[in-house]
Design a protein around this ligand. Structure first.
Ligand SMILES: [Zn+2]
Length: 201
């Protein structure tokens, strides 16, 4: 019986270890380019109550900036206020930084009001561990829609590990109610920060 228990314990440890290592790592980095989706005339998604995605993304990136700095990272923001930044400029910001990664923050919307949850996108395979670690952390707070591959401009034109995070549906009344709470947005920012730092190991 004792032996059997030991064998089971060993199997569990092996499963745990392989589960952890299957995501992989993006390696060491010192700079995080934080990209608040949309801005200025580009308002992004229109929420169920008429508010705009561009304001939620800016709020989360400002929180994320603080949390990453507290973890010792150098942070570059692609925008710090409500103004328009072309997509090409966003990707270029991380492309010219040595030892940088790129994380873009967005919120989702769809005509199907019931749709809810969080998802993270990547394009190049080197970016997968970054996307997977972030998704792992943010999925603690909402429905896990998984890690997906997409040819979004800021991902496709990035030469650095890059991920685009969709932190919930503004078109879903229940999810919007949570997103409108500063405490919830802070939790999301903390989860993204955790995912970013975990992707390096
Ligand atoms: Zn967006």
């Amino acid at each position: 019986m004792f032996f059997l228990r030991q064998v089971l314990l060993c199997l569990m440890v092996v499963a745990l270890l392989t589960g952890c290592s299957s995501i992989g790592s993006i390696g060491k980095f010192s700079t995080v380019v934080v990209d608040a989706g949309h801005g200025g005339i580009d308002r992004g998604a229109r929420a169920y109550d008429g508010s705009y995605e561009k304001n939620y993304t800016l709020d989360v990136t400002k929180r994320l900036e603080k949390k990453l700095k507290a973890r010792g990272y150098h942070v570059i923001m692609t925008r710090k206020g409500d103004y328009f930044v072309p997509l090409a400029d966003r990707a270029a910001t991380s492309n010219k930084q040595w030892g940088a990664i790129f994380v873009s923050i967005h919120f989702n919307d769809t005509r199907r009001r019931a749709a809810q949850g969080v998802e993270t996108y990547y394009y190049a395979s080197r970016s997968y561990p970054l996307a997977a670690r972030i998704q792992q952390e943010i999925a603690r707070y909402s429905t896990n829609r998984g890690v997906k591959r997409a040819r979004f401009h800021v991902l496709r034109n990035n030469t650095k590990p890059a991920a685009l995070v969709e932190l919930g549906f503004l078109s879903n009344p229940q999810e919007l109610r949570r997103i409108k709470s500063a405490g919830y947005r802070d939790k999301l920012a903390e989860a993204v920060a955790r995912g970013i730092s975990r992707s390096a190991r």
